[in-house]
Design a binder for this molecule. Sequence first.
Ligand code: AMP
Length: 405
Amino acid sequence: MTTENKTVLRLAKVQDAHLKDKNVLVRVDYNVPLKDGVVKDDTRIRETLKTVKLLLDANCRVVLMAHLGRPKGKPDVKYTLKPVADHLEKIAGVKVHFAPDCVGPAADKVVAAAKKGEIVLLENLRYHAEEEKNDEAFAGLLAKHGEFFVQEAFGALHRAHASTAAIAKLLPGAIGFLVQKELEYLDKTMVSPVRPFLAIIGGAKVSDKISVLYSLIEKVDTLIIGGGMAYTFLAAQNTNIGKSLLEADKIEEAKNIILKAHRNNVEMLLPADHRVVQEIKPESKMEITQAMAVPEGWIGVDIGPRTELLFADKIKASKTIFWNGPVGIFETPEFASGSITVANAMAQATKAGATTILGGGDTLSVLKTAKVKAESISHCSTGGGASLEFIEGKQLPGLVALSQK
Ligand code: AMP
């Protein structure tokens, strides 16, 4: 697998690089949820262990670099990666040295003290504004920590930053196992999906997902639109949506997408009924609408029970299913029923032999809410933005930079 959607990229794989006794710099995506200094979901960390173990077994010193949150280019203890280093040490079962900075004397000292077969995790890359500016001099300081670069941060590939793009020009490099797995699944899905191919797109805003919707209607057999964004589509068909979320300036775009889907013979499904409230509060009295319209003064917060059945049936009848974005305000348990039904139907479809792919941080949280294990889905992408940009057919800067001439 050396292709990306548009141009063929030539990407070396970490297992083919035959690294031994080397200092290897690895970009990982450890942008994980933390609460009171404890890692709440370590999926992204665990997914990198295969690459880390390969390097440790080859007696390499593994220097990991990552970002956490948005510290605005300066140190902010709220965004320290120290808890991640502690967690990693527990699950990897080897010594993890934590460097209090990612570049400069403090970092160099910790890296130099680490032995071969050990790990160093550098402090948050985004403590330096140069990271997001793709600054070459900053990348040069990072490059001092290794002789070889491994790109394992799928979730950061759509960003041209110093640790994802500029660095790749300074060291020989390859992609890790996680990036390989992500690209294989997304490539297979978009290039040669087993049909029927269904996409379920939910979430808050149409504006975030316009390009991916245009791309999907060229490929899928059925497109389901749920969540907050469904209301702009309903409004585009002159259906009353009450006080539900509306992006008035996207109505024309929604009409265009509906028209294009029709021309492409793509079946497009919108919610047929809704769970509605008068105020978005857990204790609000909830009603179920009789049909597609939302009564005046009410807000659609979740799909209704008839829509749950409709969506679940479509999922069960499909052979490839891509899902991004919850179909209701699932963070409030009272409004999570629709998203839980979709998650369970995805798990059942996987069991029945379908390929199921799920992307985006929020969609992963829905799985947790629904108590559906990640293993019940064929592939849970660790990068929401990167997976959407890949499907849109955009070049991912982190891959372009690594591609061999
Ligand atoms: P996104 O990041 O675009 O996938 O959006 C996820 C967000 O969409 C979640 O925080 C949900 O609460 C929100 N969402 C889902 N359904 C609705 C809805 N009916 N109204 C408002 N927000 C929604």
